[in-house]
Design a binder for this molecule. Structure first.
Ligand SMILES: NC(=O)c1ccc[n+]([C@@H]2O[C@H](COP(=O)([O-])OP(=O)(O)OC[C@H]3O[C@@H](n4cnc5c(N)ncnc54)[C@H](OP(=O)(O)O)[C@@H]3O)[C@@H](O)[C@H]2O)c1
Length: 225
C-alpha cells in the first residue's frame, strides 16, 4: 500500500526537520511547511542533500497542507503559535486528511521554564487543535516524547515509544509512521483525551534532561507490552 504523504507545518524547526529526515530516509513523501515558502524550500533542499532521491518539497503552510490532502499534516510549531497556525491552514484541510498534534504547552509560552506546563482549557494541545479543525478532520496526538536531537542523529535509532491517541482508524495510520523511524515503537494511547497525560510527560522528561545533563534528550519506554 502507498505510504501516506506527510506535511510538517513548521518543518523548518528542529523537531519537524528531524521528522522530515527520518520520513525521507524511509521513502515517505514529505511536504515541509513554513510561514515563508523560501524557508520551507531551503529545508527541503537540506534534507535532499542527504537523501537525494527523496520525494520532498517545501511550501508555505497552507500550500503544504493542500499538497498533503488525504494524507497526514503534523503541526510542529511552539505551543503559543498553535492557534494562529491551525487557523491559517483550516480552509486547506480536506476530509480524509489527518492532523497530528505534537505540541506541548510548555510554560516557556508565558516566559516560565520548559520543565513545567501551563493549563489549556480544552485539556491539551491536541484537544485545542481538535476544537479548531473541521469536524470531518480527525486529530491524533503523537511524538511529544521524542527528542529533536535524537531524530536528527540520523546514524542512530531513536530509543523511544510513541504514544498515539485519537480515533481508531486515523490512530492506526499515525501509528504506522513509527515504522519509518528505527527504534521507535507506537503504543496505542486510546482516545484523544489521553493526550493531556502524554504532553505532561514531556515537561517531566525535560526536567530529567536538565538534572542528568542530557542535552540530546531522554526517551520513554513502556515495558511488558
Ligand atoms: N524540540 C523538541 O525536542 C521537541 C520534542 C517533542 C515535541 N516538540 C514539539 O514540537 C513542536 C516544534 O518544536 P521545535 O523545537 O521544532 O520548535 P521551534 O524550532 O521553536 O519552532 C518550529 C517552527 O515553528 C515556526 N514558528 C516560529 N514562530 C512562529 C509563529 N509566530 N507562528 C507560526 N509559526 C512559528 C517556525 O517555522 P517558520 O519560521 O519556518 O514558519 C519554526 O521553525 C513544538 O510544539 C514542541 O513542543 C519538540
Amino acid at each position: 500500500m502507498a505510504k501516506d504523504v506527510v506535511a510538517i507545518l513548521g518543518g523548518t524547526g528542529d523537531q519537524g526537520l528531524g521528522l522530515a529526515y527520518r520520513f525521507a530516509a524511509a521513502g515517505r513523501p514529505v511536504r515541509i511547511g513554513s510561514r515563508k515558502e523560501d524557508r520551507a524550500r531551503a529545508a527541503a533542499d537540506q534534507v535532499r542533500e542527504r537523501f537525494g532521491d527523496a520525494d520532498l518539497a517545501g511550501f508555505e503552510n497552507a500550500e503544504a497542507t493542500r499538497a498533503a490532502a488525504g494524507g497526514i499534516v503534523i503541526v510542529s510549531v511552539p505551543f503559543e503559535h498553535t492557534v494562529g497556525t491551525v487557523k491559517s491552514i483550516r480552509d486547506a484541510l480536506e476530509p480524509g486528511t489527518v492532523v497530528v498534534s505534537m505540541g506541548v504547552p510548555l510554560a516557556t509560552a508565558v516566559g516560565d521554564v520548559a520543565a513545567r506546563t501551563i493549563g489549556v482549557s480544552q485539556g491539551s494541545c491536541a484537544e485545542l487543535i481538535d476544537s479548531l479543525v473541521p469536524d470531518d478532520v480527525p486529530v491524533i496526538s503523537a511524538f511529544q516524547n521524542v527528542a529533536a536531537h535524537r531524530l536528527l542523529a540520523l546514524e542512530e535509532p531513536v530509543e523511544c515509544d510513541v504514544i498515539v491517541s485519537g480515533a481508531k482508524a486515523p490512530r492506526k495510520r499515525v501509528m504506522d509512521l513509527c515504522d519509518d523511524i528505527p527504534g521507535t515503537r507506537a503504543i496505542d494511547g486510546g482516545p484523544l483525551y489521553n493526550a493531556r497525560y502524554v504532553e505532561q510527560l514531556t515537561a517531566l522528561m525535560i526536567g530529567i534532561n536538565i538534572r542528568y545533563k542530557l542535552r540530546e534528550g531522554t526517551g520513554l519506554r513502556i515495558t511488558y507490552i
